[in-house]
Design a protein around this ligand. Structure first.
Ligand SMILES: Cc1ncc(COP(=O)(O)O)c(C=O)c1O
Length: 368
């Protein structure tokens, strides 16, 4: 079954400056309060935990399955307490978790279920598009996601009452400043340069320096979000007109883009088999969107260094349970050793881009 836009009720789509703001707004609409607990994967991006913490609630981490890199009903059940109010599940690398048992678990305990589809736009679960299976979901349209407006986020809120509340909250959001909109526009202009392998790592380093160290406001994550748990100024903003214009155009191209990514992944499968490496697991219940092609290796840092040296763009998601923060994760409520499978995946998994396929020469240089 292929992804189809017809599944989405357009009146229930809401637009944000970033995906994390969509998540925060969903949590607020759910009336998540200080003292509440929200379960999330221990293999995610730190901004997901931040959105929970900004509501005053406590993030509680569930381990992932070593094949799917997703949480399961079993790993979630271990973390449910009488303070749990919501569960966030994630489509890691473009693969949906096995949702039906998780939906049953959430139903039994009266919990909200949120799908983090930052990686999953265009993928399906039992024939249904990612994002249409839970009370609420959000997508990211940041640089590295299935379609990109530079940065950006969209919420899809199925539950009628929640959709009404999210709509009310969205109406209060300010527009990004003209400076931020201009910077985003300028970045969109130079972004195609990053598709040139020789420039990729230089531009990524420059981008991280400007956004994370110098705090240039148009970045995926500004420094404060990686250093602490206080909401930075300018976090709560609506989607700008520039992002709004790009989104429907790109969305129309999504089905072909996903098909092309899946085809590249099939080619990668042949290479992995020839190198004696495991191909990504594709369970029967889902169609993998293949945003990224995960490969488990025993020498992750060596391969990443080799890739930089040889100008071969590849990905390191996730370097820690709360990517990209490394070291002490206690400020986010994560204790070392809490999610052993997730930590192992952080140490062993690299990912290949599926929108700009590696050449046979690059494959051999990396894995041969
Ligand atoms: C799994 C996951 N969830 C959520 C997000 C947040 O999306 P955004 O950057 O649009 O806020 C990201 C990436 O940044 C992500 O990788």
């Amino acid at each position: 079954m292929n992804f189809s836009l017809d599944y989405f009720d357009r009146r229930k789509l809401f637009y944000f400056w970033k995906g994390r703001v969509a998540l925060y707004t969903i949590l607020k609409a759910m009336d998540i309060q200080p003292g509440d607990e929200v379960i999330l994967p221990g293999f995610t991006c730190v901004v997901v935990a931040n959105a929970i913490i900004y509501t005053g609630a406590k993030p509680v981490y569930a381990d992932v399955d070593p094949q799917t890199y997703n949480v399961t009903a079993e790993t979630i059940a271990e973390q449910v307490t009488d303070r749990t109010r919501a569960i966030i599940v994630q489509n890691t690398f473009g693969l949906s978790p096995d949702l039906d048992p998780i939906i049953s678990l959430a139903g039994e305990h009266g919990l909200y279920l949120i799908e983090d589809c930052a990686h999953g736009l265009g993928a399906t679960y039992k024939g249904r598009p990612a994002g249409t299976n839970t009370h609420a979901a959000f997508f990211s349209t940041q640089w590295s996601k299935p379609i990109s407006t530079g940065i950006g986020g969209v919420a899809y809120v199925q539950d009628d009452e929640l959709a009404h509340k999210v709509g009310e909250l969205v109406a209060t959001l300010p527009q990004p400043s003209l400076r931020e909109q201009f910077l985003l526009w300028a970045q969109l202009l130079v972004r195609p340069l990053a598709d040139m392998p020789a420039l990729y790592y230089t531009l990524i380093s420059l981008y991280r320096l400007l956004t994370q160290r110098i705090g240039l406001p148009v970045g995926s994550s500004i420094g404060e979000e990686l250093q602490g748990t206080t909401m930075p100024p300018g976090y709560l903003q609506a989607m700008s007109p520039l992002q709004h214009r790009r989104w429907p155009v790109l969305l129309a191209q999504l089905p072909q883009k996903v098909k092309a990514r899946q085809k590249v992944a099939q080619e990668y499968d042949k290479w992995m088999t020839s190198f004696g490496l495991q191909v990504p697991y594709r369970p029967d219940y889902a169609e993998h969107g293949m945003l990224r092609y995960p490969v488990r290796v025993q020498n992750k840092s060596e391969i990443l260094q080799r890739a930089v040296r040889m100008h071969i763009p590849i990905g390191d998601w996730f370097v820690s349970p709360l990517h990209p923060v490394e070291g002490d994760l206690l400020p986010w409520g994560y204790r070392a050793g809490q999610c052993p499978q997730a930590e192992l995946a952080c140490a062993e998994v690299i990912n290949l881009f599926t929108d700009r396929p590696l050449t046979p020469k690059q494959m051999v240089a990396l894995f041969g």
